[in-house]
Design a binder for this molecule. Structure first.
Ligand code: GDP
Ligand code: IMO
Ligand code: MG
Length: 440
């Protein structure tokens, strides 16, 4: 058995999709454990861009089993649309995709309710993806959620839709939305049942079988540690646990089954939606990062907020997840900068802080302390040999590693699988490198 959890160490969009696609050949199965189609994981294969939202990013490799765990909230419509568009690209979709019986469903009222709640918040809105993720998790913890398994029993599904709509229709109407007809919702979802049924299984049992057979499994995180419902910048977070503990609850595997955790870390910082962002650059420098990094949401197309690398935030993420190894992504975006700043600490009212503050009003007002690093001013893209990287980049990398307390085991220098530097001596055997193809 060999298992690895891959986790975003910032506010999402660190490049998880690219790395998961790259390392999938080293695994027999790839399993999503939280989130839903709020995720946008971009993979390029020979110049062709593919964005995965709900289906694990290992799907492009034939023969890889793709699992969607109970911790995921699943929109059947989004799943079927994504499966269809992948099929059109020639990707095989069949028994290779397995959905957990006890994953919760996103229902049509969830995104409508979310719209109402975001509007009500006005200037204080979260800036969610409006995919119904938060309201679906609210129903899950409120013990009124509808699960994938309920699709397989028509009377149960009918009752649950009726009970939920009895509660939700008045809220929809108060919020200026039309009430939903329980019969219509039932008809829509019972039609999905037939299409989803071949994919539905007992995922924890299947995972246990795989582990006992000595198969290797990749646990795919969506979002990032700072969007975690418990440890992120609450309330400006998503409604699930992207942090490593989410693997156990979101897939039904014990903590002893997670052998290593790999953090995906962008060489600068981005954030979509509202909430505190201490190192945000609001003027030309941020604009340059956005333009060079093509920092626009892979799900909603919104411009991503950009800023300098925040070592306080990433070291917090490494601590929360037990991360010892990171993948540094997108350093090539910084090629154009004469000087690069790294946030080494926060001060609040003039006093240095220890750790990452959980009070949003403190994080809103912290004074980031910066260390200036000389830029390398030469293209990193397509470099596949560590020894050929410029000395100024190696300095930047070393500073980041020291500040966050983890070592870079992979460096990504472009969007394609080939634009990657693997450092075998730092990977410590967590990947079967004979199976991974990088370099030209
Ligand atoms: P994810 O949500 O963590 O999978 O990340 P996204 O796909 O939302 O955003 C990352 C973006 O950066 C995607 O457009 C990737 O194609 C791109 N990307 C990933 N790694 C690199 C890299 O090393 N260099 C460059 N230039 N782009 C990268
Ligand atoms: P990947 O997997 C970046 C953000 C939203 C919003 C907050 C809550 O591609 O890294 P939600 O719809 O989840 O309730 O929105 O979380 N958000 C993401 N930001 N990358 C993501 O996913 C995100 N998924 C949600 O913008 O601020
Ligand atoms: Mg993304």
């Amino acid at each position: 058995m060999s298992t690895l959890a891959v986790i975003g160490t910032q506010w999402g969009d660190e490049g998880k999709g690219k790395i998961i696609d790259l390392i999938t050949p080293s695994f027999d199965a790839v399993a999503r454990y939280q989130g839903g189609h709020n995720a946008g994981h971009t993979v390029y294969v020979r110049g062709r861009k593919i964005v995965l939202h709900l289906i694990p990013s290992g799907v492009l490799h034939p023969g890889t089993l793709c699992l969607i765990g109970n911790g995921v909230v699943l929109s059947p419509r989004a799943f079927l649309d994504e499966a269809e568009s992948l099929k059109k690209l020639g990707v095989s979709i069949g028994r290779n995709i397995v959905i957990s019986k006890n994953a919760h469903l996103i229902m049509p009222y969830h995104s409508l309710l979310e719209r109402i709640s975001e509007e009500k918040r006005g200037a204080g809105k979260i800036g969610t993806t409006l995919r119904g993720i938060g309201p679906a998790y609210e129903d899950k913890t409120g013990r009124r959620g509808i699960r994938v398994v309920d699709l397989l029993d028509a009377p149960t599904l009918k009752d649950k839709i009726r009970d939920n709509l009895a509660e939700k229709n008045p809220v929809l109407e108060r919020g200026g939305q039309a009430a939903l007809d329980p019969d219509k919702v039932f008809e829509e979802y019972i039609a999905y049942a037939a299409l989803l049924a071949p994919h539905i299984a007992d995922v924890p049992l299947l995972l246990d079988d795989l582990i006992r057979e000595g198969k290797s499994i990749l646990f795919e995180g969506a979002q990032g540690a700072l969007l975690d419902i418990d440890h992120g910048t609450y309330p400006f977070v998503t409604s699930s646990n992207p942090t490593a503990g989410g693997v156990c609850t979101g897939l039904g595997v014990g903590p002893t089954r997670i052998q290593a955790v790999l953090g995906i870390t962008k060489a600068y910082t981005t954030r979509v939606g509202s909430g505190p962002f201490p190192t945000e650059l609001l003027e030309d420098t941020g604009e340059l990062m956005r333009r060079r990094g093509d920092e626009f949401g892979a799900t909603t197309g919104r411009p991503r907020r950009c800023g300098w690398f925040d070592a306080v935030a990433v070291s917090y993420a490494c601590r929360l997840n037990g991360i010892e190894r990171i993948v540094l992504t997108k350093p090539d975006i910084l090629d154009a900068f004469e000087d690069i700043e790294v946030c080494t600490g926060y001060k609040y009212k003039g006093t240095p802080l220890r750790g990452f503050p959980v009070e949003s009003w403190v994080l809103d007002k912290v004074e980031p302390q910066y260390r200036k690093v000389r830029g390398w001013r030469q293209p990193l893209a397509k470099t596949t040999d560590f020894s050929k990287l410029p000395a100024a980049f190696k300095d930047y990398l070393r500073i980041i590693e020291e500040l966050v307390g983890a070592r870079a085991a992979i460096i990504s220098t472009g969007v394609e699988r080939e634009d990657t530097i693997l450092l075998p001596e730092r990977l410590g055997g967590i990947l079967d490198l004979d199976k991974i193809r990088v370099g030209s």
